[in-house]
Design a protein around this ligand. Sequence first.
Ligand SMILES: Nc1nc2c(ncn2[C@@H]2O[C@H](COP(=O)(O)OP(=O)(O)OP(=O)(O)O)[C@@H](O)[C@H]2O)c(=O)[nH]1
Ligand SMILES: [Mg+2]
Length: 355
Amino acid sequence: MKNNRNTKNGKKSPIRGKRERYAEKGSPKRSGARDPKKPSAIKAQHAEARRNRRERRPAENKSVSENSQYIQWFPGHMTRTKRKIQADLKLVDAVAEIIDARVPVSSRNPDLPSMIGSKPRVILMNKCDLANPKATKQWAEYFRKQGVKAIELDCKTGAGIGSFTSAVRDVLADKIAVWESKGMVNRSLRVMIVGIPNVGKSTFINRISKTSKAKTEDRPGVTRGNQWFTLSSGGVNIDLLDTPGVLWPRFDDQLVGERLAFTGAVKDDVTDTEQLALRLLEYLRENPTNAFAERFSLEQCEINEMQAHELLAAIAKKRGMLISGGEPDTERAAVMLLDEFRGAKLGRITLELPE
Ligand SMILES: Nc1nc2c(ncn2[C@@H]2O[C@H](COP(=O)(O)OP(=O)(O)OP(=O)(O)O)[C@@H](O)[C@H]2O)c(=O)[nH]1
Ligand SMILES: [Mg+2]
């Protein structure tokens, strides 16, 4: 089994090797995987799947891709977080739902409305620096038409952060008027920050409070408990409650699970990285970007002619990722490809558009 943690420049990839995944005690079992206590069986199963993939010539006109996989991630701590969010709801005036601008549909938890009830809400479309700017504008317009207060945000640079306080004040206008009529001027606004894992909730809190008190990392599941942060923004006192990322028990549409795995909201351990990369390549074949073609010195006609597994092999070769015998190291190439997609090196791609 190869170690797929090391990238070309020797830096460790956040996507861990399969050996590490299965060595981890209590690691969630991937659908279709055998007993995690039997690494040799899994190893054999993966080797066979890889062999089949290489040898197989994809059937034409298949409605479901043979590279699709069943993705699910709903560990116990998410159930506990859901309960904690509901319990702490009485402590806040409003909820800020952070979504990923690259997947504005898939990154919205369908259970959220029932969790937060009628609490006033704003939407923060984060990671706009990674999304297609035109699509982001379309989404902003879509939310505006729905009468939903939505802000375009890039927590890397802080763009859009200045609109947060006024957006919260807007959705709380009636409440603020009541407070002021009772003489409660400058009362702090208490806002709960919710969203799926790895969407940038804690980064947002650090950015707006100009600190680095909230723990952040480029992997899902970093924040593990609700935590308060007090700050002042635009002369308004704000208390923000950071919460752990929550998904839902089952992705009814597997495309949703896949997209969340592409963007890094789903733990890499529960997916087959190579299969995921093949699905990403299928998407890129149908939705080509110049950045993708240029990055791997591929002509558009070459991309069109190759199947996803051939493309992955070509990419591995172009990056000099080879295993003994000169075969392309498609596992390593898959990890690299997903990393590059997540960093928008293949273009600023929005995977979902408003209808
Ligand atoms: N490019 C880009 N990266 C961002 C942005 N916001 C956050 N990130 C990165 O996304 C990763 C996850 O950020 P976190 O703030 O830890 O995400 P979280 O939602 O708190 O994640 P959990 O606590 O695991 O639920 C980090 O590597 C951040 O640097 C953004 O606007 N643009
Ligand atoms: Mg966090």
